[in-house]
Design a protein around this ligand. Structure first.
Ligand code: DX5
Ligand code: ZN
Length: 220
């Protein structure tokens, strides 16, 4: 069984010590750097934009997993490719022509991700799943770190896993929001491949150890 991937969300990092926190992720057992970009329109919060992503990219040694919580993401696909994004996720709810957007992301040499809000059914991916590298399933309403995990997520993960298998796709399932040591194992058992964790990692005494623990819990 392949080891579960952990993607610490830098939204919960100390922005005054961003280089230090990025380097902590570099040196930890984490697999990706999760980078949350919010525009204050698609979600009721503004996080950070291109200059900060550029600063993260300068120090990061692991793949950059960029989660765009913005309207009309097509406008910035090229920009994020140039900034060094390896995985670019757009929201299903923000894309009128999702298939075209996925093609545009791949044309720029990135892996294409689709993020789903908690209310968005996985069945809506029936006709695009083979074109999606990663589904970023929101287990909180996007916009803020530190929210409580929505329990209905387990059922959605199982349904998505069935859809992926039925369609013979190789899509990975990423869970984003409220991930802790309490739900990591159940999420992994339900079919999750990647866990994003922000506050649980960065608010802990020893973030690198917490990353390592999450990885171990999920496969034990
Ligand atoms: C929420 C973001 C998440 C967030 C997760 O809108 O997409 O990536 O940083 O933070 P925690 O792990 O604190 O819920
Ligand atoms: Zn995210």
């Amino acid at each position: 069984m392949q080891k579960l991937k952990i993607a610490p969300s830098l939204l919960a990092a100390d922005f005054g010590n961003l280089q230090r926190d990025v380097e902590m992720v570099n040196e930890s057992e984490a697999d990706w750097h999760h980078i949350d970009v919010m525009d204050g329109v698609f979600v009721p919060n503004i996080s950070y934009g291109m200059p900060v992503v550029k600063a993260i990219a300068k120090h990061a040694t692991k793949p950059l997993d960029v989660h765009l919580m913005i309207v009309d993401p097509d406008r910035y696909i090229k920009t994020f490719a140039e900034l060094g994004a390896n995985i670019l996720s757009v929201h299903y709810e923000a894309c009128t022509h999702l298939h075209r957007t996925l093609q545009a992301i791949k044309t720029e040499g990135m892996q294409a991700g689709v993020a789903l809000n908690p209310h968005t059914s996985v069945q809506l991916l029936e006709d695009t799943i083979q074109d999606i590298d990663i589904v970023c399933m929101m287990s909180v309403n996007p916009g803020f770190g530190g929210q409580s995990f929505i329990e209905n997520t387990y059922e959605k993960v199982r349904a998505l896993k069935l859809l992926i298998e039925r369609k013979g796709a190789s899509t990975l399932i990423e869970i984003d929001g409220g991930v802790t040591s309490k739900n990591a194992k159940a999420l992994s058992d339900a079919g999750a491949d990647i866990l994003v964790a922000g506050s649980f990692v960065f608010n802990s005494e020893n973030p690198a150890q917490t990353i390592s623990d999450l990885k171990t819990i999920a496969v034990s």
